[in-house]
Design a protein around this ligand. Structure first.
Ligand code: PRP
Length: 213
Protein backbone atom coordinates (compact mmCIF):
# COMPACT_ATOMS: atom_id res chain seq x y z
CA UNK A 1 0.00 0.00 0.00
CA UNK A 2 1.33 3.43 -0.87
CA UNK A 3 -1.04 6.38 -0.61
CA UNK A 4 -0.39 9.12 -3.20
CA UNK A 5 -0.29 11.85 -0.61
CA UNK A 6 0.91 11.48 2.98
CA UNK A 7 -1.88 10.66 5.39
CA UNK A 8 -1.86 10.74 9.18
CA UNK A 9 -3.71 7.79 10.67
CA UNK A 10 -4.99 7.75 14.27
CA UNK A 11 -4.84 4.25 15.75
CA UNK A 12 -6.35 3.26 19.10
CA UNK A 13 -4.13 1.62 21.68
CA UNK A 14 -5.85 -1.08 23.73
CA UNK A 15 -8.60 -3.58 23.03
CA UNK A 16 -8.89 -3.23 19.24
CA UNK A 17 -5.23 -2.43 18.45
CA UNK A 18 -4.09 -5.96 17.59
CA UNK A 19 -6.89 -6.76 15.14
CA UNK A 20 -6.58 -3.32 13.54
CA UNK A 21 -2.79 -3.74 13.08
CA UNK A 22 -3.41 -7.20 11.62
CA UNK A 23 -5.89 -5.74 9.13
CA UNK A 24 -3.44 -3.00 8.13
CA UNK A 25 -0.72 -5.59 7.49
CA UNK A 26 -3.17 -7.64 5.40
CA UNK A 27 -3.92 -4.47 3.44
CA UNK A 28 -0.20 -4.26 2.63
CA UNK A 29 0.98 -1.63 5.11
CA UNK A 30 4.53 -2.63 6.16
CA UNK A 31 4.11 -1.83 9.86
CA UNK A 32 7.46 -2.32 11.62
CA UNK A 33 7.54 -5.24 14.12
CA UNK A 34 8.15 -2.82 17.01
CA UNK A 35 4.88 -1.05 16.12
CA UNK A 36 2.96 -3.40 18.42
CA UNK A 37 5.07 -3.04 21.59
CA UNK A 38 6.77 0.31 21.21
CA UNK A 39 6.04 3.27 23.50
CA UNK A 40 6.47 5.65 20.57
CA UNK A 41 3.37 7.71 19.95
CA UNK A 42 4.16 8.73 16.38
CA UNK A 43 5.29 5.99 14.02
CA UNK A 44 6.12 6.98 10.44
CA UNK A 45 5.81 4.29 7.78
CA UNK A 46 7.40 6.11 4.83
CA UNK A 47 7.10 3.07 2.51
CA UNK A 48 3.33 3.44 2.71
CA UNK A 49 3.35 7.26 2.88
CA UNK A 50 1.54 7.04 6.22
CA UNK A 51 2.29 8.41 9.69
CA UNK A 52 0.53 6.66 12.57
CA UNK A 53 -0.39 8.35 15.80
CA UNK A 54 -1.17 5.98 18.65
CA UNK A 55 -3.93 7.44 20.76
CA UNK A 56 -6.31 6.58 23.57
CA UNK A 57 -9.35 5.04 21.81
CA UNK A 58 -11.78 7.71 23.03
CA UNK A 59 -9.51 10.43 21.61
CA UNK A 60 -9.27 9.02 18.06
CA UNK A 61 -12.40 10.83 16.76
CA UNK A 62 -11.17 14.07 18.39
CA UNK A 63 -7.84 13.95 16.49
CA UNK A 64 -9.75 13.21 13.28
CA UNK A 65 -12.41 15.89 13.80
CA UNK A 66 -9.74 18.54 14.37
CA UNK A 67 -7.82 17.36 11.29
CA UNK A 68 -4.52 16.52 13.02
CA UNK A 69 -5.23 13.00 11.77
CA UNK A 70 -6.75 12.53 8.29
CA UNK A 71 -8.23 9.15 9.01
CA UNK A 72 -8.73 6.95 12.05
CA UNK A 73 -9.59 3.46 13.20
CA UNK A 74 -12.08 3.41 16.06
CA UNK A 75 -14.81 1.36 17.70
CA UNK A 76 -18.44 2.24 16.99
CA UNK A 77 -18.87 2.42 20.80
CA UNK A 78 -16.54 5.44 20.88
CA UNK A 79 -18.29 7.06 17.90
CA UNK A 80 -21.70 6.67 19.58
CA UNK A 81 -20.41 8.10 22.84
CA UNK A 82 -18.24 10.94 21.52
CA UNK A 83 -20.56 12.05 18.70
CA UNK A 84 -17.74 13.81 16.80
CA UNK A 85 -18.15 15.45 13.41
CA UNK A 86 -16.31 12.92 11.23
CA UNK A 87 -17.14 10.78 8.19
CA UNK A 88 -17.67 7.13 8.94
CA UNK A 89 -16.28 5.48 5.81
CA UNK A 90 -16.31 1.76 6.37
CA UNK A 91 -17.29 -0.99 8.79
CA UNK A 92 -14.03 -2.94 9.17
CA UNK A 93 -15.96 -5.83 10.75
CA UNK A 94 -13.31 -6.55 13.37
CA UNK A 95 -13.37 -6.55 17.19
CA UNK A 96 -17.05 -7.44 17.14
CA UNK A 97 -18.77 -7.05 20.50
CA UNK A 98 -21.82 -5.29 21.93
CA UNK A 99 -22.80 -2.69 24.47
CA UNK A 100 -25.14 -4.30 26.96
CA UNK A 101 -26.88 -3.76 30.27
CA UNK A 102 -25.67 -6.18 32.92
CA UNK A 103 -26.05 -6.69 36.63
CA UNK A 104 -26.25 -9.11 39.52
CA UNK A 105 -28.84 -11.83 38.95
CA UNK A 106 -32.07 -11.40 40.87
CA UNK A 107 -31.65 -7.68 41.59
CA UNK A 108 -35.00 -5.91 42.04
CA UNK A 109 -35.62 -2.16 42.17
CA UNK A 110 -36.32 -1.01 45.72
CA UNK A 111 -37.79 2.18 47.11
CA UNK A 112 -38.47 5.28 45.13
CA UNK A 113 -34.95 6.27 44.11
CA UNK A 114 -33.83 5.81 40.52
CA UNK A 115 -31.54 2.78 39.96
CA UNK A 116 -27.88 3.66 39.56
CA UNK A 117 -26.12 2.67 36.35
CA UNK A 118 -22.31 2.69 36.16
CA UNK A 119 -20.72 3.04 32.74
CA UNK A 120 -17.91 4.29 30.53
CA UNK A 121 -20.67 5.33 28.11
CA UNK A 122 -22.86 7.91 29.89
CA UNK A 123 -24.40 9.27 26.68
CA UNK A 124 -25.21 5.85 25.23
CA UNK A 125 -26.63 4.70 28.59
CA UNK A 126 -28.69 7.87 29.21
CA UNK A 127 -30.17 7.74 25.70
CA UNK A 128 -31.02 4.05 26.03
CA UNK A 129 -32.83 4.36 29.36
CA UNK A 130 -34.58 7.56 28.24
CA UNK A 131 -35.91 5.72 25.18
CA UNK A 132 -37.01 2.87 27.45
CA UNK A 133 -38.88 5.39 29.60
CA UNK A 134 -36.80 4.39 32.64
CA UNK A 135 -35.42 6.94 35.04
CA UNK A 136 -31.88 6.09 36.16
CA UNK A 137 -28.91 7.83 37.72
CA UNK A 138 -25.89 7.40 35.46
CA UNK A 139 -22.46 7.24 37.11
CA UNK A 140 -19.44 7.68 34.86
CA UNK A 141 -16.48 5.35 35.47
CA UNK A 142 -13.34 4.96 33.40
CA UNK A 143 -12.77 1.20 33.55
CA UNK A 144 -13.33 -2.04 35.49
CA UNK A 145 -17.05 -1.20 35.32
CA UNK A 146 -17.96 -4.69 36.54
CA UNK A 147 -16.74 -3.71 40.02
CA UNK A 148 -19.60 -1.25 40.52
CA UNK A 149 -22.47 -3.68 41.27
CA UNK A 150 -20.16 -5.96 43.27
CA UNK A 151 -19.31 -3.28 45.79
CA UNK A 152 -22.66 -1.50 45.87
CA UNK A 153 -21.83 1.57 43.78
CA UNK A 154 -24.46 0.76 41.14
CA UNK A 155 -27.43 -1.53 40.51
CA UNK A 156 -26.67 -2.02 36.83
CA UNK A 157 -23.80 -1.47 34.42
CA UNK A 158 -23.71 -0.54 30.74
CA UNK A 159 -20.52 -1.86 29.18
CA UNK A 160 -18.84 -3.74 26.36
CA UNK A 161 -19.46 -7.48 26.32
CA UNK A 162 -17.18 -9.45 24.04
CA UNK A 163 -16.61 -13.03 25.15
CA UNK A 164 -18.76 -12.56 28.28
CA UNK A 165 -15.87 -13.81 30.43
CA UNK A 166 -15.53 -10.70 32.59
CA UNK A 167 -19.25 -10.81 33.49
CA UNK A 168 -19.15 -14.54 34.21
CA UNK A 169 -16.03 -14.41 36.37
CA UNK A 170 -17.61 -11.66 38.45
CA UNK A 171 -20.99 -13.37 38.86
CA UNK A 172 -22.84 -10.86 36.67
CA UNK A 173 -25.40 -11.54 33.93
CA UNK A 174 -26.08 -9.81 30.63
CA UNK A 175 -29.62 -8.44 30.71
CA UNK A 176 -30.24 -6.52 27.47
CA UNK A 177 -28.15 -5.82 24.40
CA UNK A 178 -28.20 -2.12 23.54
CA UNK A 179 -26.22 -2.09 20.29
CA UNK A 180 -23.80 -4.32 18.34
CA UNK A 181 -20.30 -2.85 17.95
CA UNK A 182 -17.55 -3.22 15.33
CA UNK A 183 -14.48 -1.19 14.39
CA UNK A 184 -14.89 1.61 11.82
CA UNK A 185 -12.66 3.58 9.45
CA UNK A 186 -13.33 7.30 9.82
CA UNK A 187 -12.09 10.40 7.98
CA UNK A 188 -11.76 14.10 8.61
CA UNK A 189 -14.29 15.98 6.47
CA UNK A 190 -11.71 18.32 4.91
CA UNK A 191 -9.13 15.56 4.29
CA UNK A 192 -11.87 13.53 2.64
CA UNK A 193 -12.27 16.29 0.04
CA UNK A 194 -8.74 17.70 -0.18
CA UNK A 195 -6.85 14.39 -0.07
CA UNK A 196 -9.56 12.37 -1.76
CA UNK A 197 -7.18 10.31 -3.89
CA UNK A 198 -5.14 9.11 -0.91
CA UNK A 199 -8.22 8.54 1.28
CA UNK A 200 -9.96 6.61 -1.52
CA UNK A 201 -6.86 4.51 -2.01
CA UNK A 202 -6.81 3.47 1.66
CA UNK A 203 -10.58 2.96 1.66
CA UNK A 204 -10.38 0.62 -1.36
CA UNK A 205 -7.53 -1.38 0.21
CA UNK A 206 -9.51 -1.89 3.40
CA UNK A 207 -12.77 -2.57 1.57
CA UNK A 208 -11.20 -5.36 -0.48
CA UNK A 209 -9.73 -7.01 2.65
CA UNK A 210 -13.09 -6.74 4.45
CA UNK A 211 -14.88 -8.31 1.47
CA UNK A 212 -12.38 -11.20 1.36
CA UNK A 213 -12.88 -12.10 5.01
C1 PRP B 1 -13.72 -4.35 28.23
C2 PRP B 1 -15.11 -4.13 28.80
C3 PRP B 1 -15.29 -5.34 29.68
C4 PRP B 1 -14.51 -6.42 28.97
C5 PRP B 1 -15.43 -7.30 28.20
O1 PRP B 1 -12.82 -3.89 29.16
O2 PRP B 1 -15.19 -2.91 29.48
O3 PRP B 1 -14.77 -5.11 30.97
O4 PRP B 1 -13.62 -5.76 28.05
O5 PRP B 1 -14.75 -8.34 27.55
P1 PRP B 1 -15.20 -9.86 27.73
O6 PRP B 1 -16.69 -9.95 27.50
O7 PRP B 1 -14.45 -10.59 26.63
O8 PRP B 1 -14.80 -10.31 29.08
P2 PRP B 1 -11.35 -3.46 28.78
O9 PRP B 1 -10.49 -4.68 28.68
O10 PRP B 1 -11.39 -2.59 27.57
O11 PRP B 1 -10.85 -2.65 30.03
P3 PRP B 1 -11.58 -1.70 31.08
O12 PRP B 1 -12.18 -2.58 32.14
O13 PRP B 1 -10.47 -0.86 31.61
O14 PRP B 1 -12.62 -0.89 30.37
Amino acid sequence: MNAKEKLIVAMPKGRIFEEAADLLRKAGVPLPPEFDDSRKLIVPVPEANLDFILAKPTDVPTYVEYGVADIGVVGKDVLLEENRDVYELLDLQISCCRISVAGLPGWKPSGSSAPRVATKYPHVASKYFREQGQQVEVIKLNGSIELAPLIGLADRIVDIVSTGRTLKENGLVELEEIVPITTRLIANRVSYRMKSEAVDYIYEKFASIVEER
